[in-house]
Unconditional design. Structure first.
Length: 349
C-alpha cells in the first residue's frame, strides 16, 4: 500500500468520525429543543371589590310631578314641553266657576252660624237657652268656619305654580280635560345643579352596596370624560316589573352641561371586598363564560399542569380569579398556548 493510499484512508476515517460527532451533537440539540421555553409570572393575591356594571338615567333631584289638589276641568295651560320657567309662574289653572260657588256657599254658612251663635249667646245669658244649646251652636260655628277655610284653600290651589326655576319635561294633559285630585299634569325638573342617576341592580349586588360607595360614570355625549358619583339612596323593595332594586347615585359637581334624560353607564365599587388571585390576561389559554384555563409551573420539577379557574372580573389588564389557583405561585404567560398537561418546560427568567 502506497503512502498516498494510506493518507486517503486516514482522511476518510477522520471525516467519518467528524460526521458521527456532528450527528451526535445535533441529536443532543434536538433533545434540548424538545423542552419548550416559557415565561412565567407570580400569582398576586390582592383584596379587591368586584365592580357592578349597570346603566341608568340622569334626573334632577327635584324632578317632581305637579298636579292640582282638587279635581275639575282644566281651563288654562300656559306652558309647553321643554319650556324653562321662573319660580312662582302660573303653569295651569282650573275652571273656577264651581270652586267659587263652593266658597260662596261655605262663606254664607259661616256667616249664618256666626249670627246663630250671637243670638243663642244672648238667650243663654238671659237664661232663655240651655248650656247645651249654646255649646252646640258654638260647635256649628267652628265647623262652618273650617269649611270656609278649606274652600278658600282649594280656591287658592286651583292653579299650579312653578315651585322653583325649572323646566317642563312633559305635559300630560290639555285644556278642557277633566283631572282628578293629585293626577299629574306636568313632569317638572328644577334647574338646581343637583343631578342624580337612578340605576337598577340585582339582589346579589344590592347586598354588597352601602351608602357612600363610589362610582364612575360615563355618557355617550362626553365619551372622553368620566364623572364621579356616590350611592345616596338604596330602595329596600324590588320593582315588580323588572325584579331589580333601585339605587340612587348623586353626581359630583361637573363642568359639563348635563340634561335630564341622559343615559349613563355606571361602574359601582362596593366597599365590601374579598381576596382574589390576579394574573395577566395573556395567561389565559382559553376562556368560556366565567371559566378559563391556565398552566401553572412547579418551580422544583419544571413540570406544567393545566388548571380550570373561575374568572370573577377583569381588572385593567389583569383577570381576577376567585377559584382554581389556590397554593399556586406561578402561571405561564408566553408559550402557554402550545403546552400539554405534565410537560417539562424551561423557565426563562
Amino acid at each position: 500500500m502506497t503512502n498516498g493510499t494510506k493518507k486517503g484512508m486516514v482522511l476518510l476515517l477522520g471525516m467519518g468520525l467528524l460526521l458521527t460527532a456532528c450527528r451526535t451533537e445535533e441529536k443532543a440539540e434536538d433533545k434540548i429543543r424538545t423542552v419548550p421555553r416559557v415565561k412565567t409570572v407570580r400569582v398576586e393575591i390582592r383584596e379587591l371589590s368586584k365592580p357592578i356594571h349597570t346603566y341608568g338615567r340622569v334626573a334632577s333631584k327635584k324632578e317632581i310631578r305637579l298636579s292640582f289638589k282638587i279635581g275639575g276641568i282644566i281651563q288654562t295651560i300656559a306652558v309647553e314641553e321643554g319650556q324653562t320657567v321662573k319660580k312662582g309662574r302660573i303653569l295651569a289653572r282650573l275652571n273656577l266657576a264651581e270652586i267659587r260657588s263652593q266658597v260662596e256657599q261655605a262663606r254664607s254658612s259661616a256667616e249664618k252660624a256666626g249670627r246663630d251663635l250671637e243670638r243663642i249667646k244672648s238667650l243663654y245669658e238671659e237664661k232663655a237657652a240651655t248650656l247645651e244649646q249654646y255649646q252646640n251652636t258654638q260647635t256649628y260655628a267652628r265647623v262652618a268656619q273650617s269649611q270656609l277655610q278649606a274652600a278658600e284653600f282649594n280656591l287658592r290651589h286651583a292653579e299650579i305654580r312653578a315651585p322653583s326655576d325649572g323646566r317642563i319635561l312633559k305635559r300630560l294633559m290639555e285644556e278642557n280635560e277633566m283631572t282628578g285630585p293629585g293626577s299629574p299634569v306636568f313632569f317638572f325638573a328644577s334647574l338646581d345643579r343637583d343631578w342624580i342617576i337612578r340605576v337598577g341592580v340585582s339582589d346579589r349586588d344590592l347586598v354588597r352596596l352601602t351608602l357612600g360607595d363610589e362610582a364612575v360614570v360615563t355618557f355617550d355625549a362626553y365619551p372622553e370624560s368620566t364623572f364621579k358619583a356616590e350611592v345616596s339612596e338604596i330602595v329596600e323593595s324590588a320593582d315588580p316589573m323588572t325584579g331589580t332594586y333601585e339605587v340612587e347615585l348623586r353626581l359630583a359637581a361637573a363642568d359639563k352641561k348635563l340634561v335630564s334624560g341622559f343615559i349613563a353607564e355606571v361602574v359601582l365599587s362596593p366597599s365590601a371586598t374579598r381576596l382574589f388571585s390576579l394574573i395577566p390576561v395573556e395567561a389565559l389559554v382559553r376562556a368560556e363564560g366565567v371559566l378559563g384555563r391556565v398552566f401553572t409551573v412547579d418551580p422544583d420539577s419544571g413540570k406544567v399542569a393545566g388548571r380550570t379557574v373561575t374568572i370573577a372580573f377583569l381588572f385593567g389588564r389583569f383577570a381576577a380569579v376567585s377559584e382554581g389557583l389556590e397554593g399556586t405561585p406561578l402561571v405561564v404567560t408566553d408559550g402557554a398556548s402550545t403546552l400539554t398537561d405534565g410537560q417539562m418546560v424551561e423557565i426563562v427568567r
